[in-house]
Every structure is written in C-alpha cells, then in structure tokens.
Write a protein that binds this ligand. Structure first.
Ligand SMILES: Nc1ncnc2c1ncn2[C@@H]1O[C@H](COP(=O)(O)OP(=O)(O)OP(=O)(O)O)[C@@H](O)[C@H]1O
Length: 336
C-alpha cells in the first residue's frame, strides 16, 4: 500500500464544543430473545481514531451496522455527521466510507471492475474521475498488481484490501472499519495501520473495531469497550488508562511480613516475582511504603506498573458482574 493521502477533509464546524462525527443514544437491537446491543450511548468526537473493542458477540458489528444505517435499531437514535438516521442518510452517508463484512462484491468480476462498479454509485465522484479514483484506491491498499484478477480467486486478505479500497474512493469525513486486519498478514496489518494514520492526519474521523489490542493501543486516540451489548468504558485512551488503577511492584525478601502488614492495613496485595504486587486502589504509594517500613519490611526496590489497554480490557470484560460494575465505577470516578 502506498501512503499518499487524499485532500485534507475539513471539519464540519469549528468551535470550542467538541463536534461529534457520530452519536448514539439508547441504542438497542434485539433478535428474538437475543439482546445484541443494549442502551449504547456512543460519542465519537470528530477527528478521533476510536477503537471499538469487545469480546466475540459483544455487539461491535451490530452497533457499527446500526451506525451505518445497515440495520434498523429496535430502539434508540443515531446521528451521523450531525444528521439523524435514517432521515438524514442521503446527506451524511456519501461522506462516510465503510469496510464491513460482506461488502457484496461480484465473484466473477475483477477487483478493478468491482471497484469501478462501486465508484459508479459514489455521489461525490464525478463520472470523469472514476478511473483515476479507482487506480489511486487500488494503489493505496496494495492491490494494483492483482486488480485484473477475479474477486472469486482473492484471498481473505485481498478481499479485505478491496473493501478498504472501496471505502477510500473519495475523501471521507468518517471511515468505519469493522475488523480491517482480519485475514491480513503482519505486513498487511502494518499497511492498514499506516492507512488509518494517514486518514487521521488528513482530518478524517475513524472508527475501527478490532480484536488486536496492541493495534488499537498503537493507532487509536479514543476507545469504546463493549461487553454483553453495552458500552462499559469509552473516552480518550490516555485518560482511561490513567484513570484505571495502577499497581506497585515491591521487591523484598520479606514476602510474608509484607503481605501480613499490607492486608492488616486493608491494602490489596498478592505475592509476585521477587516480592509483592500491590493494587493502588483506595491507597497511595507513600501509604504502602509507610505500612511496610512500620512493619520493618526491607524494601529493595519499588516500581509502578502502568496499566496497559490489555489489562484494562481484561478487567472490564472478564470480571464477574459485581467486579465489573465496580471497575467501571472506579474508572468513571477516576475520570472525573
Ligand atoms: N442477524 C442476527 N440474527 C440473530 N442474532 C444476531 C444477528 N446478528 C448478531 N446477532 C447476535 O447478536 C450478538 C452480537 O453480535 P455481533 O456480531 O454484533 O457481535 P461482535 O462483537 O461483532 O462479535 P464478533 O467479534 O464475533 O464479530 C451475538 O450474540 C450474535 O449472535
């Protein structure tokens, strides 16, 4: 994939209030007895790269499909680029590029022919510009060499690239990518990362769902975590990580004494390599040191371990229901 960027996308409006590229309120989708999405209030700020994370079946694809007007919500509202769906779809959707599962390419047409068909339906693309736009998009996703081959013979990764090319045919205000690295090899994954970076630099807002936490951590400014159909955390990635509890790794040979002293002081701790790991929930590092020193525990070293997205995600999505609620509460309190 090349890294050329399209013309800069101008924001819909400039001002002190953060403008939202997408907003949902009370979004809910049920399929029979299955609640796929429930009470989702999503705020996607303009210019953000938001990662949508969640375990399998947590409602990511359904939320994305409702955002794009592909699935009708059972309840709730969607606003896309400041226009409500479905009434404002004709105005907003031409400015939205999407890569979602099953893009509906024709198996017997080549990648290039498929893309030209897709381009013909782009209201923002003048007929005379279609050929060039198609070639640019193919080049950008690294598919130019294979563009003459039939879609039927494409690998999953090539199909993903073609779907991404369709999303990039014209400069978009919002790009929505559902699992864009699905089926891509490490090089392809890096290329998608570069494309997302370029889109961000060019001023587009990006919503990307992925299972690859490291990818999300590397490319996203914001994150929304879904669990069992609801959003359990959302906001700026740096703020969420900051607000999440951090821990202290204390190196000591007096592990038993340290654990006894900390537990007596109601500080959560457990044995860890070369010492103890102390959760800084409702306590501070100086309080931990005081407790240990007063108990005559010899501290050889103490290191603060920063929470990574993987830790945060695991805590939000693997905890039992009561733990889960208190974790969210902790994050929200920390974010205030
Ligand atoms: N068309 C449908 N008919 C019935 N149930 C559905 C349909 N689409 C989604 N579901 C159910 O809704 C829930 C959420 O599914 P969804 O595909 O949105 O989750 P996801 O987070 O995207 O999962 P994955 O990471 O596996 O793609 C699941 O229980 C799924 O089985």
């Amino acid at each position: 994939m090349t890294t050329s960027t399209s013309a800069r996308v101008e924001p819909a409006s400039a001002g002190s209030t953060p403008v939202l590229a997408a907003r949902t309120r009370g979004l809910r989708k049920t399929y029979g007895n299955t609640v796929a999405v429930d009470r989702v209030d999503l705020d996607l700020p303009e210019g953000a790269v938001m990662g949508m994370l969640g375990p399998n079946g947590s409602g990511k694809t359904t939320t994305i499909r409702m955002l794009l007007g592909l699935v009708r919500p059972t309840e709730g509202e969607v606003e896309l680029l400041g226009r409500p769906l479905p009434d404002g779809a004709a105005e907003s959707l031409p400015h939205v590029g999407a890569l979602v599962e099953g893009p509906g390419f024709h198996p017997f047409l080549s990648g290039r022919e498929n893309l030209r068909r897709a381009a013909a339906f782009e209201p923002l693309l003048a007929t005379g510009s279609v050929k060039q736009a198609v070639e640019d998009a193919l080049e950008r996703v690294g598919l130019a060499q294979a563009a003459h081959r039939r879609y039927r013979g494409y690998s999953l990764g090539m199909k993903q690239r073609l779907g991404l090319a369709a999303a990039l045919l014209v400069p978009r205000k919002l790009i929505v990518l559902d699992e864009p690295t699905n089926g891509l090899d490490p090089a392809g994954t890096r290329e998608v990362r570069k494309v997302v970076h370029d889109l961000h630099t060019a001023g587009s807002t990006v919503l990307v769902s992925s299972h690859l936490l490291s990818e999300i951590e590397a490319i996203c400014t914001h994150v929304a975590v879904l669990h069992r159909g609801t959003v359990v955390a959302q906001g700026e990635l740096a703020e969420l990580l900051q607000a999440d509890s951090s821990a202290l790794q204390v190196t000591t040979s007096d592990v038993d004494s340290a654990l006894n002293a900390l537990r007596a002081a109601r500080i959560s701790a457990r044995p860890a390599e070369d010492g103890v790991r102390v959760e800084l929930i409702g306590t501070t590092a100086p309080a931990v040191f005081r407790t240990l020193v007063q108990a005559d525990v010899e501290i050889q070293e103490a290191t603060r371990t920063r929470t990574g997205l993987e830790d945060l995600f695991a805590r939000l999505t693997e905890a039992g229901e009561s733990d889960h609620l208190s974790t969210v509460d902790t994050i929200e309190q920390g974010a205030r």
